[in-house]
Design a protein around this ligand. Structure first.
Ligand SMILES: Nc1ncnc2c1ncn2[C@@H]1O[C@H](COP(=O)(O)OP(=O)(O)OP(=O)(O)O)[C@@H](O)[C@H]1O
Ligand SMILES: [Mg+2]
Length: 359
């Protein structure tokens, strides 16, 4: 699928924008604070329903604007053109969304139209920060390839909330929710394992391309100990859960350990190596999606030259082109052009929130 056209009004410093990216490589050049990340933020919002820079949608709305309006035309070979729309009114805190002419209530209904991965300067937090970042990385992939994952997750979360409320208030009967937690939790775990079986070999194959010669291993931890299934673990942890007021075992506690020669990558790899590894992870993610579903995600890379060195940039761009992905890469360095000079691409320049195609 391809982002064929994007319209933006009232987002950060962007002037009303109507942009038609090419189906392959797109480069956005502009000085600091010109609006490069804001463009990627607009696209990321339409796809993921949230910004990669803030949890507060009001921050994204242009100062003194009444609201924010985003729309995108998405083209896919299979189903032609679909229009996505998002309108946010900060005064009322109201978010309205539309997909293919129908109002949609949930962000999860928007996401399948345009899978987008965004790499930016915080992306390495998948290694440096808490397990929620690794879970959300994993679940992005599982969500996009397995339609039964989301309903299982929604029902699991509902049961978990109920159980935790009873635990917090020291009310009787939190264990009545265990049956549902086990039913949906086991399914979530199975979908995650199944996804990882496809993902890991693809990821391993990409490592040499990005000159990562360390022996990286991924160890998936489901969120409960291997001995005795989830049912037994929930039963055994009930007393402790009562004392702490929340459920300590289940797929909501899953994690992935990234190891190199028996140690966490965080302790072994240089910061630069870790950044390269993050690019390999996300590239493997979109390749897995393509292999399983035949759909191509849009890859966005913010300020790529600040993240990777020249040789890695060249290899990455070449690979993305060979695989036929649409990509948008930003840079504040005019010399970035040399990385794309010999490849077909579209180039845009942004200044004070105004975009112009460079012909
Ligand atoms: N809510 C807002 N309303 C208006 N302007 C905003 C808002 N939030 C941020 N800005 C401004 O938007 C401008 C563009 O920011 P953006 O992060 O997109 O720049 P950039 O081109 O990515 O810069 P850099 O190269 O430094 O990363 C900045 O001047 C910023 O202060
Ligand atoms: Mg930026």
């Amino acid at each position: 699928m391809t982002l064929a056209r994007l319209k933006v009004k009232g987002l950060r410093n962007l002037h009303p924008l109507d942009l038609a990216p090419g189906p392959g490589l797109n480069v956005v050049l502009g000085e600091n604070a010109s609006g490069k990340s804001s463009l990627l933020e607009a696209i990321h919002l339409l796809s993921n329903g949230k910004s990669f820079r803030t949890h507060q949608l009001t921050q994204v709305v242009q100062r003194e604007a009444d609201g924010m309006l985003l729309s995108a035309e998405i083209f896919s070979e299979a189903s032609g053109t679909a229009v996505l729309g998002m309108e946010y009114d900060p005064a009322r805190g109201r978010l309205r969304m539309k997909a293919a002419g129908r109002p949609v209530q949930k962000l999860s209904e928007m996401a399948p139209y345009l899978p987008v991965v965004t790499l930016h300067q915080e992306s390495h937090r998948v290694f440096t920060q808490g397990p929620e970042f690794r879970r959300s990385f994993l679940d992005w992939g599982v969500f996009h390839v397995e339609p039964l994952f989301l309903p299982a997750w929604q029902r699991y979360r509902r049961a978990l909330r109920q159980r935790n409320t009873l635990l917090q208030k020291s009310l009787p009967g939190p264990e009545v929710w265990d049956r549902e937690l086990v039913e949906h939790g086991t399914l979530i775990d199975a979908h995650r394992r199944h996804y990882l079986e496809r993902f890991v070999p693809i990821f391993m194959d990409l490592l040499p391309l990005l000159r990562i010669d360390a022996a990286i291993r991924l160890e998936y931890r489901p969120g409960w100990a291997a001995d005795g299934g989830l049912a037994g673990q929930l039963g055994r942890s009930l007393e402790g859960d009562r004392r702490l007021g929340y459920t300590r075992v289940g797929p909501h506690r899953a994690d992935i350990d990234f190891m190199v020669q028996g140690s966490p990558v965080l302790e072994r790899l240089s910061r630069g190596q870790m950044k390269v590894l993050v690019y390999a992870l996300y590239l493997a993610q979109v390749c897995t999606l393509m292999e399983i579903t035949g759909r191509r995600a849009l890859i966005m890379m913010d300020d790529l030259a600040a993240e990777l060195d020249g040789r890695h940039i060249d290899r990455l761009i070449e690979k993305i082109g060979l695989l036929g992905f649409q990509s948008i890469i930003t840079s504040s360095d005019p010399a970035f052009r040399r990385h794309v000079a010999s490849l077909p691409h579209r180039m845009f320049h942004v200044e004070h929130g105004v975009f112009q195609e460079v012909i």
